[in-house]
Each structure stands twice: as C-alpha cells, then as structure tokens.
Design a protein around this ligand. Structure first.
Ligand SMILES: Cc1cc2nc3c(=O)[nH]c(=O)nc-3n(C[C@H](O)[C@H](O)[C@H](O)COP(=O)(O)OP(=O)(O)OC[C@H]3O[C@@H](n4cnc5c(N)ncnc54)[C@H](O)[C@@H]3O)c2cc1C
Length: 309
C-alpha cells in the first residue's frame, strides 16, 4: 500500500490502491529470488524486457509474503529493465496481476515450520508474462527508489507489532509464574524469574522510545532522512523479541513450545525479522558506515588534553 500511495499515478491508485484500501483484495511485494543473494538488491535477476507497449517478465521469486493467499490479486515485482545501467538504476518495479498468463504459484512456503495463515508465503515463477507499460510503478530504473519507499515504513511497522507482542509476552510470564509452584514457592518468587521480567521491561521501554524516535524522524525527514533510525530499530527490536520470547518459553516450561501459547511463534517471528527486510549484518554495516570518524587522533585526544600526564 505504501509503495502505491507514494509512487503510483492517479490512474494506478484508482485501479490498484483503492480496492486494497477497501479490503476487497490483497497484494504482495516480490523482490527476493532463490538463485541470488537477495540481501544485496542489485543482484535481483528477474528480467523485464520492453516489447512495444508491454514488458515481458521472466524469473523466479520466493518467500513472497501474501502471494499464496487466495485473494492476492496482484504483485509488485522488481526486475532488471536495463542491465547496462548504473548498479542502482538497472531495476524497475511493475504491477503484475496474479492471473496474468505465465504467472505460476509453485508452492506455499513455511518459516521454521510455521504457516503464515494471515499472509501465506509463496514461491512464484514468471514465464513470458506480458504486462502493459502503464503498470510500471515509478519511472523505469527507479526500482530501488520504490523498494526503499516501501521498506522504511514496513520495517517500523514490524517493530511496532513486535513491541506489542513483547508486552503480551511479559503479561504471559507474569500470569504463568504467579500460578505455578515448584520446590515450595511460586515461580514468580524466584529471583531469576523476577530478573528476567524486569530486564524484559527495561529492554522493551528502550525499544519503544527508539521506535517513537524513528517514527518521528520518518515523519520529519522521510525515509532518506530516517535511514539510520530505521536500521537501529530494525536490529534492536528483533533481537529483543527473540530474547524475551526465549525467557517466556523458559518460564512456561513445556507448554511454552506448544500451540497453547503464541510463544514459539514469537520466537520464530523474532528470528525471521533478523533476516527478512534485510539481514542484521546489512543494517549493522549501514549503521557503522554512518558513524562519524573523530577529527582528532588518540595522541591529541580531548581526553588527554583535559588530563595531562
Ligand atoms: C518469512 C519470510 C517472509 C519474507 N517475505 C518477503 C516478501 O514479502 N518479499 C520479498 O521480496 N522477500 C521476502 N522475504 C525474503 C527476505 O527479505 C530475504 O530472505 C532477505 O532479504 C535475505 O535475502 P536472502 O534470503 O537471499 O539471503 P542472502 O542474501 O543469501 O544472505 C544470507 C546471509 O548472508 C549474510 N550477509 C548478506 N549480506 C551481508 C553483509 N553486507 N555483511 C555481512 N553479512 C552479510 C547474512 O548473514 C545473510 O543472512 C521473506 C523472508 C522470510 C524468511
């Protein structure tokens, strides 16, 4: 929706965005491919060749959230339109109807054994798929721009959902630990458990503030200006979610890994977010690159100047 809201023409908005907003249909975003390391988006290899008033698309995508939903009626697909252009201008994004001849849902994928019932994940093949030129989202060669417009807000949305999930995990830990007794006292009376819950609260409140600041920066400066904040939150929140879910599983004992609680799904979701929408390593590299180098050397550092030997 965000990509359409920001990059679509008025005609495209009427045709594709309005039905989404009215919940009449569903969509998916197709970037990742099985044959290339997709964390580097310049590797994306699906070909989109202009032929008169159409593009002809050939390629394979996988791990496309929502593509296996029966009501998914279109995809935004990223592919190469000009292999000879600058690395970041080779790709474009185009709207591809799911029922276009040559689009094939190969299989439904699960992540860590979990089925995503809300937005089932699909692997897709595109064989000589013809799509009219007017389905191009943004200009030709602006595929990266479209993807980035979508990814900034998508990443913070994931973080906000995760923060809500951690709030639930803390409540679950409190309730369960207060109900169970072992070795003569309730589980909540053990220092270790109290500490896990308190640490979870500390981490959660830090993450919440980081999310607020990131949302504020996105509002103030758009996705370009908020890039660093998005990376900070994208690394911090999934790590926190994994840690809190792991503690919650321990507090629950065997039940924590069963379908009677959402804990194992929270753990899998935290793990997913350390890879999906860009792996941790890519964001950490980005954060490191934005760290300013001081304009002094250690030998003449402000600290040594203030504390002469
Ligand atoms: C459940 C789920 C849902 C998804 N939904 C979608 C979707 O809707 N649409 C979509 O297009 N994609 C989706 N993805 C795909 C996801 O965005 C990609 O998996 C992710 O971008 C990584 O690409 P890759 O799997 O090709 O890993 P690769 O690019 O092969 O990377 C593998 C590993 O290499 C290492 N690595 C990569 N770059 C660096 C670096 N610069 N420095 C150090 N190490 C590095 C990292 O450890 C990384 O995890 C989904 C994935 C999952 C699991």
């Amino acid at each position: 929706m965000i990509a359409l809201q920001n990059c679509a023409t008025p005609e495209q908005k009427t045709r594709w965005l309005a039905p989404l907003l009215n919940a009449e249909t569903r969509s998916a975003f197709g970037m990742t491919e099985p044959d290339v390391a997709s964390s580097d988006a310049t590797n994306i290899a699906t070909r989109m060749v202009r032929d008169g008033d159409h593009y002809v698309i050939n390629g394979r995508k996988w791990f496309i959230t929502g593509a296996a939903h029966p009501r998914c009626s279109f995809l935004i697909v990223m592919g190469v339109t000009d292999a000879g252009a600058e690395r970041t201008s080779r790709h474009s994004c185009i709207i591809v109807p799911m029922d276009a001849p040559g689009v094939r849902l190969v299989r439904r994928l699960r992540w860590m054994g979990c089925e995503d019932h809300v937005a089932p994940i699909g692997e897709l093949v595109f064989e000589n798929v013809q799509v009219p030129v007017e389905n191009l989202l943004g200009a030709e060669g602006e595929g990266f721009k479209v993807a980035q417009v979508r990814l900034g807000p998508a990443r913070i949305h994931h973080c906000m959902r995760s923060i809500g999930l951690c709030e639930l995990l803390i409540e679950l830990m409190m309730a369960r630990a207060a109900e169970r007794s072992a070795f003569g006292r309730t589980v909540i009376q053990y220092d270790t458990v109290q500490r896990w819950i308190a640490e979870a609260r500390v981490e959660l409140e830090q993450a919440r503030l980081l999310a607020y600041r990131c949302a504020w920066r996105l509002d103030q400066a758009g996705h370009h200006g908020a890039w660093r904040d998005v990376s900070l939150i994208k690394v911090a929140v999934p790590a926190m979610l994994q840690k809190i879910a792991d503690r919650a599983m321990q507090v629950f004992g065997a039940m924590g890994g069963s379908d009677d609680t959402p804990i194992h799904q929270a753990l899998a979701w935290g793990r997913l977010l350390r890879i999906g929408d860009g792996p941790d390593e890519v964001h950490l590299r980005q954060i490191f690159r934005m760290e300013p180098m001081p304009d002094w050397s250690i030998a003449n550092s402000p600290y040594l100047a203030a504390h002469p030997a």
